[in-house]
Design a protein around this ligand. Structure first.
Ligand code: GAR
Length: 192
């Protein structure tokens, strides 16, 4: 079993997929702490509903990014987290957090990296007109949406897809792939 910290910034559907996979016995993990970069996001409610302790940061906390990450790292370590899963966390992680969890911070991105990095991976791919996009799970490093790739899954863009239908397809793949990769780490099938 792995002890996870999850970092979020928004609705937390990937967090929910992890909570559900754990409840279904498909992910041998315990989420010890959910950290949100914003207050009042729906993902915090999901954590609270699942009985998971939370730490809610706000924009002002990130005025000094390294101080913010030191605080987050201390909270994650104090909670006993071994791995950190970024799930829609829209902040770069800096040295204090990276060095507290070397090669143990995982991120999910809604495109086939290295294409369409950034906060709008699905829309950017859709507007570019690619015929195939997808989902990437990778190790986070000091560059946003970079770092060694652990898993990718392709998603075809159909001629009649809208941005909304493509988002639905990508999210469905994310919710399957992320718990699977975490389970592969938990069982030792995937060794980092
Ligand atoms: C997800 O699609 C995730 O891949 C994306 O944010 C969304 C969060 O949704 N992350 C990035 O774009 C990172 N660059 P969620 O809060 O419902 O899990």
């Amino acid at each position: 079993m792995i002890r996870l910290g999850v970092l979020i910034s928004g609705s937390g559907t990937n967090l929910q997929a992890m909570i559900d996979a754990i409840a279904a016995g498909e992910l041998d993990a315990k989420i010890e702490l959910v950290v949100s970069s914003r207050e009042s996001v729906y993902g915090l409610k999901r954590a609270e509903a699942a009985g998971i302790p939370t730490l809610a940061m706000c924009a002002a906390d990130y005025a000094d990014r390294e101080a913010a990450d030191r605080r987050i790292a201390e909270a994650l370590l104090a909670a006993g987290c071994e791995y950190v899963a970024m799930a829609g966390y829209m902040r770069m992680v800096t040295e204090p957090l990276l060095s507290a969890f070397p090669n143990r911070i995982i991120n999910i991105h809604p495109a086939l990296l290295p294409s369409f990095k950034g906060a709008h991976g699905i829309a950017d791919a859709f507007e570019y007109g690619v015929k195939v996009t997808g989902v990437t799970v990778h190790i986070a490093n000091e560059e946003y949406d970079c770092g060694p790739i652990l898993a990718q899954r392709a998603v075809e863009v159909a001629d009649d897809d809208t941005l909304e239908s493509l988002e639905d397809k990508i999210h469905a793949v994310e919710h399957e792939l992320y718990p699977q990769v975490l389970q592969d780490i938990a069982t030792g099938k995937l060794v980092i």
